[in-house]
Design a protein. Structure first.
Length: 389
């Protein structure tokens, strides 16, 4: 009996439960290889992207000695049909600059490279925070990045080659290397990872061979963002949108009394705020703003009209299906949007949400023949289900 595959978070940190309890948003972590990241990005994949995919700005850039190389030196113009386009990757020139010591940066790969799209979606649904990913491919003998920190949490995944890193404890200030010694000094090899909370100073050192690593950014929602949204709703009330009294600057004492009154009003409104509604709003925003992963969607669009009772459907990978009743209406959060249906469909939708694969006729105890076909066809069109051929 084989062990189940590691989750995306486990591939980054090993014991996910221990990591979330002791290190998440607190301390940097170096995790030794528990596998390979070839399935996410290999040297051959990078070669294919650069030489065969006609990448276009801003999906890539080149840097050297800490400076971005002007894009005009490695891009060209072209045409798509009768429309001129600019910013196309010039593979020959990019390879020349790489040979001269330039680092290739592939940006926003979660948007166009399916293995990373899926990996990032799994991380998002585990952590509850949006993700993004860039790749850094540096040639042999290239100097790494100067010490800096990022405004978001980061997982560094070493895909191929090796690179040396120095990492300090998180700091609120970005600047030159801290005076104290780094808490992590490591040579990352294929399969190794680093986790760095927001504000962690770090730098990469010169490496002997070519290196490729992925930087997965976790764009964490903060309590300040959540509470700002809640306060913002109160501040949108008409009484808080009135102008300051004329001449307020000439009578500071009287103005201070007016400020105190407004603060009391604000506190009163906040005391009446419903924590559950604020929490539900945050969950809804997250679970309706994820980009759908619609691989196979064209085939499904062509086949959906032929869907029959004996057809098999499957939950689309990375899809979301959270079912709730609100005010007598069934609300289904699909990840990229919100779907509203009659409340009597709740048992069927709860059943569907608990399944990976099923036949349409399996819904027979809950829905009649026509109703289950209508529902499943709609869920295929909405991107929740795919037709299993």
């Amino acid at each position: 009996m084989t062990d189940p595959p590691l989750s995306a978070l486990e591939r980054c940190v090993g014991d996910a439960e221990e990591f979330l309890a002791s290190a998440w948003a607190k301390h940097p972590v170096h995790h030794g290889a528990s596998g390979s990241f070839d399935d996410l990005m290999s040297l051959e994949d990078v070669d294919h992207m650069l030489t065969a995919m006609s990448l276009r700005l801003p999906a890539f850039r080149l840097v050297k000695a800490g400076e971005t190389i002007p894009t005009s030196s490695y891009t060209k113009r072209g045409r798509t049909g009768s429309s001129p386009i600019t910013g196309l990757a010039d593979p020959a020139r990019i390879l020349e600059l790489f040979a001269e010591g330039a680092t290739i940066v592939l940006q926003g790969m979660h948007r166009y490279w399916l293995p990373l799209t899926r990996f990032c979606r799994e991380l998002e649904l585990t952590l509850g925070h949006p993700t993004q990913v860039n790749a850094y491919i540096t040639p042999p003998g290239s100097q790494g990045l100067a010490v800096h920190s990022d405004g978001h949490d980061v997982f560094v995944l070493q895909s191929f080659g090796a690179k040396g890193w120095e990492v300090w404890e998180p700091s609120p200030h970005d600047g030159p290397a801290p005076a104290d010694a780094p808490v992590i000094t490591a040579q990352l090899r294929p399969g190794d990872t680093l986790y760095m909370p927001r504000g962690t100073p770090h730098g990469a050192r010169t490496q002997e061979g070519a290196s490729g690593h992925l930087t997965v950014g976790i764009l964490t929602y903060s309590w300040s963002s959540l509470l700002s949204d809640a306060v913002g709703q109160v501040l949108g009330l008409p009484q808080f949108d009135e102008p300051l009294p004329a001449g307020y600057h000439r009578d500071p004492e009287r103005f201070a009394l007016a400020v105190a009154q407004r603060l009391r009003e604000l506190r009163g409104w906040l005391d009446k705020a419903e924590p559950r509604r604020i929490a539900d709003d945050a969950v809804r925003r997250f679970l309706t703003s994820r980009r759908p992963i619609l691989t196979g969607g064209l085939r499904d669009a062509l086949a959906v009209k032929q869907l029959q009772d004996g057809s098999t459907v499957r939950r689309r990978w990375g899809s979301v299906c959270e079912v709730r009743i609100e005010g007598g209406t069934l609300v289904v959060l699909l990840g990229h949007r919100e779907l509203r249906m009659p409340a009597w469909l709740e048992p069927a939708m709860q059943w569907i949400a608990s399944r990976d694969t099923f036949r349409v006729e399996d819904l027979a105890p809950l829905l009649d023949g026509e109703s289950r076909l209508v529902l499943v066809r709609r869920l295929v069109r909405e991107g929740l289900l795919g037709i299993h051929l």
